[in-house]
Design a protein around this ligand. Structure first.
Ligand code: MG
Length: 372
């Protein structure tokens, strides 16, 4: 049965993070993003979220480019084609090169709508089997080691199962030494967001001593060759993030031995369908996966949770509770991590209602596209 698409709305929201988040590139204080809404004209509405930041430091996409791509190219494709299953969306979108975050923002809404029309949860629609997922927390760079240790202490009081720390040259070995001294057994992963080159191999090799779960994207954002050379020389498993934009990228990286882990973010790979394909392939090849975060608000967060209910997501994701990022989220109930665990919703679709009052509060403007 065709999924009727009667109307698509782009809600431009602007939300202030509870605390600024600093990576090796810079600091995010405000997040501008789109909540996408697809109405089937039969009483069901599916929601998605765009994850691109305001500046192109993570990938080439920005908030503005995602709006342009959706408005001028992707929405017309959705309105001019009959879709029976959300898996067809990423295929239809292949006529448009890359721009995966724009694609994912719309595809996520189709998935939510599809699940709601079928009366099942998004997790179930995706084939997820876990009823609870482990929550991890990403801690941005801090102004001092004392502040970092304080943030880790809070995360442990809140029961988070692992912490992810951001590092860069000169803010790595000394920091990890301190953290390990205070937390000898804490599961830690680190993310360098491409701050190193192969010339730093000796330095990165030193990090083996800290028994890290993994080291995320130490080398260039578009590299899989140097990562393979580095992985051959260090014991810490390399996890690729920025380098993987498609199932093909994942296949090549695995074949080259560039990583032992892949961080799957639906926004980076063009949506939940491709995210699931990469998951399935990694399971087949014995490569661990987990779901990274993009400082999402509630809709994106809920979609990541549904995705993480798939069996192969073996490491805790960046799926901390809403209250870790926002004073107020845009979904009801908000995402809550209890003792480091998040219950996968069983209600239909993303399993959270939209808090329309909050949506209105954070809304800058909206545009509607109607089926003719
Ligand atoms: Mg990363």
């Amino acid at each position: 049965m065709t999924i009727p698409i009667q109307q698509i709305t782009l809600h431009h929201l602007s939300m202030e993070l509870k605390q600024p988040f600093t990576t090796s590139f810079g600091t995010v204080e405000n997040k501008d993003f789109y909540i996408t809404e697809i109405d089937d004209g039969q009483g069901n509405r599916g929601f998605g979220e765009s994850v691109a930041f305001t500046a192109p430091w993570y990938t080439e996409e920005t908030f503005t480019t995602t709006g342009h791509m959706m408005r001028d190219f992707l929405i017309p494709i959705l309105l001019n084609n009959l879709i029976k299953h959300p898996d067809e969306v990423s295929k239809l979108f292949t006529t448009i090169k890359r721009n995966n975050m724009a694609k994912s923002a719309l595809e996520g809404a189709v998935w939510d709508l599809y699940a709601k029309r079928g009366g099942v949860s998004l997790a179930e629609a995706l084939g997820g089997t876990k009823s609870k997922i482990e929550a991890g927390i990403a801690i941005g760079m801090q102004s001092s080691i004392a502040e970092l240790l304080h943030k880790i202490e809070l995360s442990q009081e809140n029961g988070y199962k692992r912490v992810k720390l951001k590092i860069k040259p000169g803010k790595d070995i000394d920091i990890l030494k301190e953290v390990r001294h205070h937390y000898p057994d804490l599961p830690i992963m680190i993310d360098a967001n491409s701050a190193y080159t192969l010339e730093d191999t000796a330095r990165l090799k030193e990090l083996d001593a800290f028994q890290l779960l993994m080291m995320e994207q130490p080398l260039a954002h578009d590299d899989i060759v140097d990562h393979a050379k580095l992985q051959a020389k260090i014991d810490t498993p390399i996890c690729l993030d920025e380098s993987i934009h498609s199932l093909e990228d994942a296949k090549k990286a695995i074949e080259l031995g560039s990583c032992r882990v892949i961080n799957i973010k639906p926004g980076r790979v063009g949506g939940l369908t491709v995210a699931k394909q990469i998951h399935d392939y990694c399971v087949e090849k014995g490569i661990a996966v987990w779901c990274g975060g993009m400082l999402e608000a509630g809709v994106g967060r809920a979609q990541n949770i549904a995705l993480s209910s798939l069996e192969g997501f073996r490491f805790p994701g960046d799926n901390a509770g809403s209250d870790n990022y926002w004073k107020k989220d845009i979904i009801l109930p908000e995402v809550v991590a209890q003792n480091g665990l998040i219950t996968v919703p069983t209600d239909q679709g993303i399993g959270h209602a939209i808090d329309f009052e909050a949506l209105a509060q954070f809304k800058v403007d909206e545009e509607t596209f109607i089926q003719k």
